[in-house]
Ligand binder design. Structure first.
Ligand code: GDP
Length: 437
């Protein structure tokens, strides 16, 4: 419970072993006792006390730790409600922390991201955001703009002291630098997206090359599976797997397999092309116990300019092709030999994936990463406004007009951290939270 009256509600239902006045209980204290209703014990609990402003919401707060189980928990919740508490809306605790000024909007959003993290790397990035690294970056940019703005305002108010060219060149320099910083932020969105949504990974190969066997082998490993969800197209399933900390969204063409047998020859190549086109990473699998077929060759063409890993499967059988095959020349270094059936060579595949992404493709050590569309759109808008300001300046418009444009940039940035933001946006953001957060 959080809020002014939370201790009053607590007092009506909690009997501590050694009763004390609430004034005598310091914050960050845990007390032992019972939750009671009509003098009957509901459960034996521990209650943690947090006193304003040193709490998650900055308000008085208490947390009741019961033995759990749905019946008892529900009973305690009912007792709280009966004695004056209101049920929190989704994200209400974090919303209060934001409205009371303890965290900004970026930090609040990172709480959702931490809860929803599917991999350690994603959680780590979100944690950095909660620490306020991105917020600080935005504040630094704003401060820089504001320093220049002060000069602009002085020039407007006291034109007699102004050396306009100086102010103009200062603005120009500021715009160039600010744009540079914002473009970097905008780019980081793709990294954030990869972390959040997974590296779109397509497994392609002609029928019987071993696609499903490989997929099953990967998914069978404990460390791999996280979630399974409907793909973006009707006939694909996307499986989220975590390989060496790299989140991969495996695009499984299960649908094709199902209604396949007779049709697969027809749709195979066209479909592979389409899937490969949209993927961040392609895993192309070949049956090494057979010579390359025409279809195999077409697949090799499809992946020519893609980030791809070649898998030579079925190494338990006698080899007809190996890594020295002339058709594989340009893929050397990215060829892995496995037996999906015997599940050998998979570790080499995982190592390969890890190495590919260790080289900066997913740079999670980046200090600030834009993680959601709301933030990205505002950064893009700020860049647009920087461009407009630059144009206005180049067109020789007076400083008071230019200052209006600069204020637009500042406003975009303030919206990112939530200093200026509408109630609607706030409600939308917090509605994505789960209850009790
Ligand atoms: P897909 O059509 O590409 O999905 O291929 P499947 O995974 O269904 O495999 C086709 C056939 O090849 C099946 O009979 C598999 O058991 C077999 N297969 C897959 N991987 C291997 C392997 O590494 N060695 C051997 N000997 N057979 C394999």
């Amino acid at each position: 419970m959080s809020g002014e009256k939370c201790f009053d509600v607590l007092n009506k239902i909690f009997v501590p072993k050694t009763p004390k006045n609430i004034e005598e209980i310091p914050g960050y204290t845990i007390k032992y006792g019972n939750i009671v209703e009509n003098e009957e014990i509901v459960d034996e609990v521990l209650v943690s006390y947090f006193k304003e402003p040193k709490s998650y919401t900055t308000e008085n707060m208490c947390e009741i730790s019961s033995h759990g189980g749905t019946v008892v928990m529900k009973k305690i919740l009912e007792l709280c409600l009966k004695n004056g508490a209101n049920l929190a809306e989704p994200g209400e605790f974090t919303k209060r922390a934001f409205l009371n000024g303890r965290i900004d909007l970026l930090q609040a959003e990172s709480v959702i991201d931490i809860i929803n993290s599917k991999t350690e790397k994603e959680a780590k990035t979100s944690m950095k955001q909660l620490e306020g690294v991105l917020s600080k970056k935005i504040h630094d940019i704003k401060k820089y703009i504001m320093d220049v703005m002060v000069n602009v305002e002085v020039s407007i108010d006291y034109p007699e002291y102004d050396v306009e060219e100086v102010t103009n060149s200062q603005i120009k320099e500021m715009l160039v630098k600010v744009k540079d910083l914002l473009v970097k932020l905008e780019k980081s969105f793709n990294e954030g997206k990869l972390l959040k949504e997974g590296v779109k990974t397509a497994i392609i190969g002609r029928p019987n090359a071993g696609k499903s066997s490989l997929l099953n082998a990967i998914l069978r490993e404990d460390r791999a599976i996280v979630t399974e969800f409907e793909g973006t197209t009707r006939d694909t399933i996307e499986e989220f797997v975590n390989i060496a900390g790299i989140p991969l969204k495996l695009i499984d063409t299960a649908g094709i397999r199902e209604n396949a047998n007779d049709e697969i020859e027809k749709i195979g190549i066209a479909k592979s092309k389409e899937i490969a086109k949209n993927a961040d990473l392609v895993i192309a699998i070949f049956d090494s116990s057979k010579e390359f077929t025409e279809e195999d060759k077409e697949i090799l063409e499809i992946i020519e300019n893609k980030k791809a890993i070649i898998i030579l499967n079925k190494i338990d059988l006698e080899a007809k092709i190996d890594e020295n095959n002339p058709l594989l020349k340009e893929f050397s270094g990215n060829i892995i030999k496995i037996s999906a059936l015997n599940q050998t060579g998979l570790d080499d595949l995982y190592k390969k994936i890890e190495n590919m992404f260790a080289n900066n493709d997913i740079n999670v050590d980046n200090d600030y990463i834009i993680t959601n569309v709301r933030q990205k759109d505002l950064v893009s808008k700020a860049i647009e406004d920087v461009n407009k300001t630059k144009e206005t300046l180049e067109n020789g418009l007076p400083l008071d007009i230019i200052s209006i444009f600069i204020k637009d940039i500042l406003e975009d940035l303030s919206k990112i951290t939530g200093e200026v933001v509408s109630d609607e946006i706030i409600d939308e953001i917090f509605s994505k939270f789960c209850l009790g957060k």
